[in-house]
Ligand binder design. Structure first.
Ligand code: F6P
Length: 356
């Protein structure tokens, strides 16, 4: 078989470990692997931007951050910028790129948005797809975890550890803003692991006065400092989500932590500081858990190809890799549920979500 592999959407730690696992497992079957550059963009350019990858090429990749194949989170092929301010459907060109490479199947490593696009492309173009979920946001349905999540949580946890001691030195309230698009998993897990006192996530409506009363109670009990972790997609105290429009017209979250810190300072008189962690959460070496997950997913994805079981996504459930139809996974977005064990755990630890 001749397998294509691409990474699509935002990068994260662990992508190279998946590429390595795909290539090494393919090697055991005698399959060829072709690495496609920059997600589906590589299939749009002519000549197609793709190179054969061998086991020798992936040596030493297990712990390297980023993706050697490069990636993009722009340019929906079904509504692709035509260069004149309009949008055109380039899906057929991508399909032609796949067939030009003579692929028997494509392994697509992406989040919910990328997997949805790849699934639609594969159906329309009549090609074979196997999906591998990656996202620091951990919001892909039917998988308990996705590649990159554990590493992002580890980075955010380390940030909280570092902020805790400087907060204590200066008697400050430190606000850490973390990524997660519309899901609060990173904030929730890092908040628990890093000893935060307040966790604010988009799934749980907070009241800034409740947050401030909680912080004042802590202070009156002799705690000279506090840690607040907030997800980038929470609403500002005034009510709106903080979306910024970037130069290319895209909209991204960022900056709500500043508003939270201001509101706390105004209401409580506490000295506050803000750290926006940003893409630090996506870069760097994957933690061991992500390397292991990436290896298991990469091997399982090639096995699915060998068995000609296409249109499937690998997933992690109950200590093992399973697989399910890609459409089922992308059809069930996984936000934090109100009865999530980690929500219960945080409440049990006395952490507030600013709702009660
Ligand atoms: O989906 C992953 C993610 O890192 C989100 O958590 C974040 O909102 C977004 O991507 C940032 O995207 P970009 O890399 O385009 O700034």
């Amino acid at each position: 078989m001749r397998l294509g592999v691409l990474t699509s959407g935002g990068d994260c730690a662990g992508l190279n470990a998946v590429i390595r696992a795909v290539v090494r497992r393919a090697d055991t079957y005698g399959f060829q692997v072709v690495g496609i550059h920059k997600g589906t963009h590589g299939l749009l350019t002519r000549p197609v931007e793709a190179v054969p990858i061998t086991s020798a090429d992936v040596s030493g990749l297990v712990g390297r951050g980023g993706t050697v194949l490069e990636t993009t989170n722009k340019g929906d092929p079904f509504a692709y910028p035509d260069g004149n301010g309009g949008l055109i459907d380039r899906s057929a060109d991508i399909g032609n790129g796949y067939h030009e490479l003579g692929l028997d199947a494509l392994i697509g490593i992406g989040g919910d948005g990328s997997l949805a696009i790849l699934d639609r492309l594969a159906r329309r173009g009549g090609w074979n797809l196997v999906g591998i979920p990656k996202t620091i946001d951990n919001d892909v349905g039917h998988t308990e975890t996705a590649i990159g999540f554990a590493s992002a949580v580890a980075v955010a946890t380390e940030a909280l550890d570092r902020l805790d001691v400087t907060a204590a030195s200066h008697s400050r309230v430190m606000v850490l803003e973390v990524m997660g698009r519309d899901a609060g998993h990173v904030a929730l897990h890092a908040g628990i692991a890093g000893g935060a006192h307040v966790i604010l996530i988009p799934e749980i409506e907070y009241d800034i006065d409740t947050v401030c009363s909680y912080l004042e109670r802590r202070r009156s009990r002799g705690h000279n400092h506090s840690l607040v972790v907030c997800a980038e997609a929470i609403k500002e105290p005034a009510g709106d989500r903080r979306l910024n429009t970037l130069a290319q017209g895209e909209r991204r979250y960022g900056g709500v932590g500043e508003r939270i810190a201001e509101a706390i300072a105004m209401r409580t008189g506490a000295e506050t500081r803000v750290t926006v962690l940003g893409h630090v959460q996506r870069g760097g070496s994957p933690v061991a858990a992500d390397r292991v997950l990436a290896s298991a997913f990469g091997v399982a994805a090639v096995d699915l190809c060998a068995e000609h079981r296409f249109g499937r996504m690998v997933a992690w459930q109950h200590r093992r890799v399973i697989d399910l139809p890609i459409e089922d996974a992308i059809g069930s977005y996984q936000a934090v549920e109100l009865d999530d064990t980690m929500v219960t755990t945080a409440r049990g630890l006395g952490i507030t979500f600013g709702d009660t």
